[in-house]
Design a protein around this ligand. Structure first.
Ligand code: ADP
Ligand code: MG
Length: 684
């Protein structure tokens, strides 16, 4: 068995569990071994039920007091029962695990370990893990990995499979040159891979992590430089010329472009009309007006008789962009046909769209991943734009690139990365920065409050709605599973519906909904048929409803600053005063200090810098900056030091490339492999 072997070769993984693993993106033994823990924990001592008051997570040694009961609630089955020890009793519940009923027979004694939740003055043990006493005692001596879970996938399943795989896999040989390992004090690859899952102690864990993060960064940087190198000499398939059409479009807009937009458009024009294939990253804070620049680039392609395509991460966003583009084409009487291509279209609709794309009837194409389906054939793809790029893997972007043989590529990102980091990460890649918001914007007013202000916040939302505006409420995340998260949003929306007058329409949005459902909800929100949208972070990316003026974020302490800033960016997009309420439920001073940064600034670049300063090496596994260059373990902010080292190492290796980066060498192969993986996010 080696890293390329199928998951089925791991003992204990059968057809059924394989499907569950695949949902989490784990197809091979290698995928499994590189599915790193998101955190670790050590098991607690056993606590008597009578003493659980102040605790968050507890382990009880208790007896099942009576037969368990099973009931259904929506798509959930809930198993519940009473546990008892000498000091008291406690109610416990499990979601979607009805089969546990056969194990938890009255009178049997187990260790139950789980979170204590409090509802209506009562305490519950939620979703506790169940162990025989001996197993629990043995596990207490180890550091336990905690993995990210998806539906059906449990921590136990992953841990067991990883253990099995580590024991029987022929691991990859060390591929880093000895010199590099010595200079940067890096642990050996195999050691790192084992210890990241089951560390002997804290020190081993840190060594393992350091090595793997270094690898992620190094491979990424080498890949960026390799790609950049061979792109430079490439001629585009279609040569574009500047066109008076784009100038007319700019003049016809209902607003003047900001100076930053003008500058970046000039840079884009230069790129797109050059005789070298361009790849440019446009970084602009939320609301800085990136979309119109993308449209201009697409229009330029169309005006040259070619095609332009824009790929976005969600259907909601695709639809929204498509509609604003249609509006632009119509109001400015431009003769180009736009096409929307998404996964939820019917087979017939897709077939017709493919045909219009192939015979050049449609010259501007906007869509999701559907844009890179094999069946789509472009007749003259000259420009490819990806919006909110961090959600795409390399493979998808490359595939889109290949559709038009050699199109110019533009990547737009709302994730502000401080200059110092950007230079390290992108090397000499072309970057444009939109560092100015349109002038008609009033700065968003912020407040950081605790949950005692919830009622006041609702009143505030009510008032804003009565003035004709709309609001978003972001529900706390539930880490355990998406199903529970969905349930959570629905419940919250129901409560809010009861609380607000019936004239205010409240709806919800979550990741588990079908694209068509999500589209419908967003469409109705856009039309102001819905006034309050309760949502998970799915609204984080790109959506534009300028009439929304309130963003209320529950459990703000659970999110990274960059993500909070993204969420806040959903408001303040029109000319009315907008507000953001960061609500937290924590006494931690440190957390409050973090949130204060947002309270005082609406500038994404500043926030990113401050966030970087505030985070010490202590919280390696704390809040991840979701959205910033998605590495598996590495975090460009947190691990800025390692990033710098990896960048130095990359420079050294490139300089001596005939020695270290020979085409048949292990390191070179590794770089090529990482370029083709789904998860390394290569921003080109
Ligand atoms: P983002 O950079 O976050 O993608 P958008 O492109 O969605 O931002 O723009 C946000 C809003 O600002 C849109 O409603 C857009 O029409 C408007 N907008 C863009 N440029 C300007 C400008 N120069 N002046 C005023 N409004 C603008
Ligand atoms: Mg956008």
């Amino acid at each position: 068995m080696n890293e390329a072997s199928s998951l089925l070769s791991v003992k204990g993984v059968g057809e059924k569990s394989r499907k569950v693993f695949e949902k989490a993106g784990i197809y091979t033994v290698g995928d499994l071994l590189h599915y790193y823990p998101r955190d670790y924990e050590t098991y607690e001592e056993i606590t008597p039920i009578g003493e659980i008051y102040q605790k968050d997570v507890v382990a009880l040694y208790a007896e099942v007091a009576a037969p368990m009961t099973v009931r259904r609630k929506g798509r959930l089955t809930i198993l519940s029962g009473v546990l008892r020890d000498e000091s008291g009793t406690l109610q416990a519940t499990w979601f979607n695990m009805p089969y546990l009923k056969n194990t938890l027979l009255p009178g049997k004694r187990f260790v139950f370990r789980g979170k204590i939740t409090r509802k209506r003055q009562q305490m519950f043990l939620e979703q506790p893990a169940v162990f025989p006493m001996e197993t629990y005692e043995a596990s207490r001596k180890e550091i336990q990995p905690l993995y990210s879970l998806t539906e059906g996938l449990t921590n136990k399943m992953i841990g067991k499979a990883v253990r099995e795989a580590l024991a029987h896999t022929q691991l990859e040989k060390e591929y880093l040159p000895e010199e590099i390992r010595k200079t940067y004090h890096l642990a050996e690859y195999n050691f790192a891979l084992e210890e990241i899952h089951f560390p002997k102690d804290q020190i081993h864990m840190l060594q393992a992590r350091h090595r793997l993060v270094f690898d992620e960064f190094l491979l990424f940087i080498l890949a960026v430089r390799q790609l950049k190198d061979h792109r430079d000499q490439v001629q585009p398939s279609f040569l574009l010329k500047e066109s008076p059409v784009t100038d007319r479009v700019i003049e016809g807009l209902p607003f003047p472009l900001t100076n930053a937009q003008r500058k970046v458009w000039a840079e884009l024009c230069h790129d797109l009309t050059s005789d070298e294939v361009a790849s440019r990253l446009i970084q602009g804070d939320v609301g800085s007006g990136k979309t119109i620049l993308a449209f201009l680039a697409l229009v330029l392609a169309a005006a040259n008789g070619c095609q332009g395509a824009m790929m976005v991460p969600t259907e909601v966003l695709a639809k929204q962009h498509y509609e604003s583009l249609q509006e632009l084409l119509k109001s400015q009487k431009l003769p180009y046909q736009a096409e929307l291509l998404t996964g939820s279209m019917t087979a017939k609709e897709k077939r017709e769209a493919y045909e219009r794309i192939q015979n050049q009837t449609s010259s501007i194409i906007i869509g999701t991943h559907a844009l890179i389906q094999e069946k789509v054939e472009y007749s003259s793809l000259a420009v490819v734009i990806t919006d909110e790029q961090h959600r795409f893997g390399v493979r998808q972007r490359e595939a889109l690139g290949q559709k038009g043989t050699r199109p110019h590529t533009i990547v737009m990102s709302a994730t502000p990365i401080p200059r110092t980091l950007a230079v390290i990460i992108y090397g000499d890649l072309d970057i444009s920065i939109l560092d100015e918001l349109p002038a008609n914007r009033l700065p968003i007013k912020n407040c950081v409050v605790d949950t005692s202000f919830r009622e006041k916040s609702y009143q505030f939302i009510e008032r804003q709605v009565s003035m004709g505006h709309q609001a978003y409420v972001i529900c706390p995340m539930v880490e355990e599973s998406e199903a529970m998260e969905a349930e959570n949003v629905i419940e919250y929306a129901e409560k809010l519906k009861e609380r607000l007058p019936s004239s205010i329409r409240v709806e919800f949005l979550h990741g588990k909904m079908k694209p068509a459902q999500k589209n419908e909800i967003m469409e109705r929100f856009l039309q102001n048929e819905i006034q309050v949208l309760v949502s998970t972070t799915v609204v984080e990316v790109g959506v534009n409803v300028p009439n929304a003026t309130v963003m209320m974020i529950e459990n703000a302490e659970r999110f990274g600053l960059a993500q909070l800033h993204q969420l806040r960016g959903r408001v303040g997009r029109g000319s009315s005063q907008s507000y953001c309420i960061f609500m937290h439920s924590t006494d931690s001073k440190k957390t409050q200090k973090r949130l204060e940064i947002l309270n005082h600034s609406n500038d994404g670049f500043y926030i990113a810098e401050e966030d970087l300063k505030l985070r010490g090496p202590g919280d390696l596994f704390g809040i991840r900056q979701s959205g910033i260059l998605d590495f598996k373990l590495g975090d460009v902010f947190q691990d800025a030091d390692i990033l710098k080292e990896a960048s130095d190492a990359a420079g050294f290796l490139m300089e001596k490339s005939d020695k270290f980066l020979k085409k048949d060498g292990a390191l070179y192969k590794k770089v090529m492999k990482s370029m083709n993986s789904e998860d390394g996010t290569l921003n080109l």
